[in-house]
Design a protein around this ligand. Structure first.
Ligand SMILES: [Zn+2]
Length: 395
């Protein structure tokens, strides 16, 4: 009550303020100012283009590398079930608007005979588990794409099509290759490209270049130009680098720079089987490209802690539309380190490192800290782990 009285009192004083009733002499200059103001008011009344802000998150994981002990562990009476292996990371994949995985081994199915290292062929059910976990697209260009030949690629792609999973980097025909894959979420369109440094010495069958995309700057340039016409954001998966090296080599850095220059927004690296850091590459225009040089193994049977560590990288894309003008900004990069857990080559399970107690990993906390320090050495504001309660309430 007291506050209200005080307020009324103030108002009445202002209304009777003698200054408002005094006619001050108006100079020519002041008249001009008044006129300009009036024009501005008219201009502001004309329809203004509204500012629309859209945003979508993308997550990416590294190698889905199905060694024989991994598929043997997934064996059931009816076939194979890899879903339990993804159970603990599924919430992190599902919460993203778009999720992409590096499917290192072709899922040619049991009819071709399953094989592990060095020339892999995996069950269709690997694809079913990725689909169930919330992945939207798989990158297929890597050094194992040709392991079991054209038949395995065709079988795999038939299954990806059957379950409605988009794929990029390996194709069934030239026509298939020319169709750049795009996914639209929340009003933002993403395009997905995928390339590999090579195919372990296996020659690409003559006249069938579409079977696997190789790193070729000229080809990439054409693809990126087309991808930019089709999408707001260009994502390139690149299979490159030296195995087991914890930092990118010169060639990885050059390729990432080239892709950034061409206008690629996000570069997702894999092949080293160990984690390599993330980096921003900034152009003179101010446009930034987000690069993760290697995401390590997501699921594999390789031994040695550094080969058991992988992760889920996440980036937020914001699109601001003002009339004809559209601005894309990449925001809040984050990383969720994971462990490809196994015991005696059984009980495979991908576990967020944050959730790894001593039961699953000796000195889990120290390992987690060293992974953080490794991944953010060039991007100090890299976030780690999206809190679970936030994940659970997001939908
Ligand atoms: Zn590889």
């Amino acid at each position: 009550m007291i506050g209200l009285v005080a307020c009324n009192h103030t108002l009445s004083v202002q209304a009777n303020d003698p200054i408002t009733e005094v006619n001050l002499p108006v100079s020519n200059e002041m008249e001009l100012l008044v006129q300009v103001d009036a024009e501005q008011v008219v201009a502001e009344l004309e329809p203004v283009e509204p500012i629309v802000i859209n945003s979508a998150t993308l997550v990416a994981v590294g190698d889905i590398l199905i060694h024989s002990s991994v598929w043997q562990d997934a064996k059931t009476d009816e076939g194979y079930d890899f879903k339990p292996m993804f159970e603990l990371v599924k919430p992190y994949i599902e919460q993203a608007d778009i999720a992409i995985a590096n499917q290192e081994t072709m899922i040619g199915g049991t009819e071709l005979g399953l094989t592990g290292y060095p020339r892999f062929n995996s069950p269709y059910e690997v694809g079913d588990a990725l689909k169930d976990s919330g992945f939207d697209i798989v990158s297929l260009a890597n050094n194992h794409t040709l392991d079991r030949g054209e038949k395995a690629i065709n079988n795999a792609i038939a299954h990806w099509n059957e379950i409605g999973m988009a794929y990029t980097g390996a194709y069934v025909s030239t026509e298939d290759k020319q169709r750049i894959r795009t996914i639209e979420k929340n009003g933002i369109t993403f395009s997905f490209l995928s390339y590999t440094y090579g195919t372990n010495g296996l020659p690409i069958p003559e006249g069938k270049d579409y079977l696997v995309n190789l790193i070729d700057i000229e080809q990439m340039k054409e693809d990126v130009e087309l991808a930019k016409q089709l999408a707001d954001v260009v994502v390139a998966s690149v299979h490159f680098g030296n195995e087991y090296e914890e930092l990118p080599n010169e060639s990885q850095k050059i390729i990432a720079q080239e892709l950034a220059k061409l206008g690629v927004d996000i570069v997702i690296g894999h092949h080293p089987h160990v984690l390599q850091p993330v980096e921003w590459i900034e152009q003179e225009s101010g446009r930034k490209t987000f690069v993760v040089y290697s995401l390590g193994n997501f699921i594999a049977a390789q031994d040695g802690l550094e080969r058991e560590l992988g992760g889920i990288v996440q980036i937020e894309v914001e699109k601001v539309t003002e009339g004809e003008k559209e601005t894309i900004t990449l925001k809040n990069p984050s990383f969720i380190p994971t462990l490809a857990y196994k015991k005696n080559y059984r009980n495979y399970k991908i576990i967020p490192l944050e959730d790894c107690g001593e039961e699953y990993l000796k000195q889990a906390e120290q390992v987690y800290e060293s992974v953080k320090a490794h991944m953010n050495q060039w991007v100090v504001d890299l976030n780690f782990l999206v809190p679970k309660d936030q994940l659970l309430t997001k939908e």
